[in-house]
Ligand binder design. Sequence first.
Ligand code: GUN
Length: 289
Amino acid sequence: MAIINGTLLAAKIKTEQANVISRYQKSHGSVPSLVIILVGDDLASLSYVRGKVRAAEEIGMEVRLIHLATTISQAELLAEIQKHNQNEKVDGIIVQLPLPEHIDPDTILESIAIRKDVDGFHPHNVARLWLSEPCVQPCTPKGIMRLLHEIQIPIEGANVVVVGRGNIVGKPIAKLLLDANATVTIAHSKSKNLAEITRRADILVTAVGKRNTIKSEMIKEGAVVIDVGINRDPIDGKLYGDADFENVSRKASFITPVPGGVGPMTICMLLENTIESYEKKINKNFLLK
Ligand code: GUN
């Protein structure tokens, strides 16, 4: 069994990104710029956005964290987003999810300028993803595809089971794997005989957010396990994935650890999407000159 080191691959990619950005600084006198909006004080979200800010700073990207009170109205949040939509310097805007109950996430995601949607959550990008048209791919699924590519796992014809059907991971990773010619099954909380389904997987992606959802008897010998779960144990304060790592890792051929697997790749793909958005902008400005 091999543990897939997402931290190492992300570090390699970030070194390249830092070089790219320093070249743009010299050639264009500007760097890609990312705005991260966080509403409220959810501790997990706060920790995720801090990781994003740190990574952006590490590679020399311009990044601003806008931390707003939970009590902010939807109209005020929309006005905040508009400001960054109109600021030509800003290449990427993300609003960290989940949002407080009184704010409708669909309205918020739709309000982000399409060209600045570096999360790939705007319905325009979601539709293009499902039509297999060029689009901004959401960061976690994109990072998973990069990890699978890195370990050279054949995807074509493989039986892939995705556990979880959320908009951020489950649904989009299923579509990317389908595009890569896998036979994809999506299982979820209402699936009957989950173990029977997961045991068929050559590649198992779990994005449930519940510790010990995947036990060793639920996987096939030699399966590749991609664990997207991030679950904090209230007693020891440590992070755990969805899989019972100790036992599942004995049977798997490859497994991503939590932390240090998918998480760092998600951040890295956010940086990549922001750099690409900046590149589109400067190329367009060049053509207009
Ligand atoms: N919440 C959990 N994952 C994500 C993500 O990739 N982007 C945003 N904006 N919110 C999230």
